[in-house]
Design a protein around this ligand. Structure first.
Ligand code: TYD
Length: 137
């Protein structure tokens, strides 16, 4: 499966600045290169926790630190990259076939995820060895 960490870019999202508070917006196929079918968010994450720890066959995601900060470790089986997300108007595009782990959550962090598919457990690769086998196919 050909997809690499170099296809996982940080996308700058629009920021409508206002002294009364900023607005950032995301529209299908404009700021994100897919149709958003699902939105979910991680919150109340205890210090020291790791989330993720899996890959997807088809799912595309835009991961945003809507509040606070965290690191996303991405791994394509050959190359690894660590991306720190700490601003609500930047998102990391994660393409299919990438192992990811989310670590170093700041207190009160909110991880907002825009996803290209509905939740489907069949799309997950939860075992790292299975992931490597899949990538070497
Ligand atoms: P998972 O994606 O494994 O969490 P994370 O990668 O953040 O550690 O999801 C954990 C559980 O939550 C999963 O087993 C089922 C449920 N879940 C849903 O029902 N719908 C969803 O959209 C998501 C993301 C998870």
């Amino acid at each position: 499966m050909e997809s690499s960490v170099y296809n996982c870019n940080v996308i700058e999202l629009p920021k409508q600045h206002n002294p009364a508070g900023n607005i950032t917006f995301v529209e299908n196929n404009i700021q994100v290169p897919f149709e958003v079918k699902r939105v979910y968010y991680l919150y109340d994450i205890p210090g020291g926790e790791t989330r993720g720890g899996h890959a997807h066959y088809e799912l595309r995601q835009l991961i945003v630190a809507a509040s606070g900060s965290f690191d996303v470790l991405i791994d394509d089986g050959k190359n690894k990259k660590i991306v720190n997300l700490n601003r609500p108007n930047f998102g990391l595009l994660v393409v299919p076939g990438i192992w990811r782990e989310l670590v170093n959550f700041s207190s009160g962090a909110i991880c907002l995820v825009l996803a290209s598919q509905k939740y489907d457990e069949v799309d997950y690769i939860r075992d790292y060895n299975d992931f490597i086998t899949y990538k070497n196919k």
